[in-house]
Ligand binder design. Sequence first.
Ligand code: NAD
Ligand code: IPM
Ligand code: MN
Length: 366
Amino acid sequence: DRTYRIAVIPGDGIGTEVMPEGVRALQAAADVYGFELDLVELDWASAGHWQAHGTMMPEDWAERLETVDAIFFGAVGWPDVVPDHVSLWGSILQFRRVFDQYVNLRPVKLLQGVRSPLAGREPGEVDFYVVRENTEGEYSSVGGRMFEGTDRETVIQETIMTRTGIDRVLRYAFDLAERRPAKKVTSATKSNGIAITMPYWDERVAAMSESYPDIDVDQFHIDILAANFVLHPDWFDVVVASNLFGDILSDLGPACVGTIGIAPSANINPEGTHPSLFEPVHGSAPDIAGKGIANPIGQIWSAALMLDHLGEAEAAAAVEDAFESVVAAGDTTVVTPDLGGTGTTAGLGSAIVDAINHPAVERGRG
Ligand code: NAD
Ligand code: IPM
Ligand code: MN
């Protein structure tokens, strides 16, 4: 049965502006490729929900979402109304943990028609994945505040890494690399300064690499790795990192290929025990919210990742072809300001929907 039940959660700020474009692209793909969407729109994970209920989501959110085929998410965070650590720990970080979405897969690709801020880089030269550990590591609620209000005030926050937690995300990264021509895994570490957890991470990488003799394994400390993203983005194929390092690299990577506005992500529970979640890498962007100029491609590309996850590979490829062809056409009245244009969220979304509806022409294959 090719009917997919999908929870649609726009969230805050530009999440509510890019989500309609993501949904239009999905619907167009469904119409062209002959499957059905059963969309369940929810106002959860928003400042509005917080103001109305004093929580980011209803208490039974997990039961209510457990049976959907996937979650399509926008962005959450509106610090004028709710402190960020409250809104984020009350929503997206809950999804990732409770639904055990331990892989955060974030493609980084220089598209035709996009000018990289890195001089001289051409499309094809930069095309890699950041595989971010998504449920443990530096993101932890273990710790506390002591001697509050005194000059001995002290805060402690633990990093938690488990063998299971590290090995399962490494296995995903190595398996992904096996399916890529370059067959290369780069591990982000900091075992010189973070002297307990990071040497352990390195040990697990070394152990895992023994099961993958044909994979070329490389590692860098996170500081020089960040520098190498800028200097040598062509070196990377699959970059695997802890939760925090992966977070930083997955904003830096997209910045190196032009804009964070196009970057997608898949928060995956690979066993399929729980639903996976698909969202742009970016946040609610309060600085441009309400202006109608947010780039919808991060949301639309996330829709493509979701279709691929649902088994609609052909539709997923068509959605990717559609936004790639629109960006490659380079019409500055169509693309949004982050891509150097004067276009709008809805205008760019419409151009992409047109390209989905007329694939042969738009892809230059007709
Ligand atoms: P942000 O990603 O929202 O914005 C960073 C910069 O990138 C801003 O200048 C913004 O205008 C620009 N930008 C982001 N998306 C864009 C798009 N689609 N098109 C054009 N420009 C775009 O990061 P921030 O400012 O650090 O965070 C704002 C809020 O979002 C905070 O509350 C933060 O906690 C939250 N946040 C949520 C998520 C998420 O939902 N997964 C991710 C990151 C940040
Ligand atoms: C992301 C975001 C989140 C993260 C924040 C908003 C908690 O930056 O999805 O990359 O750090 O994971
Ligand atoms: Mn981030």
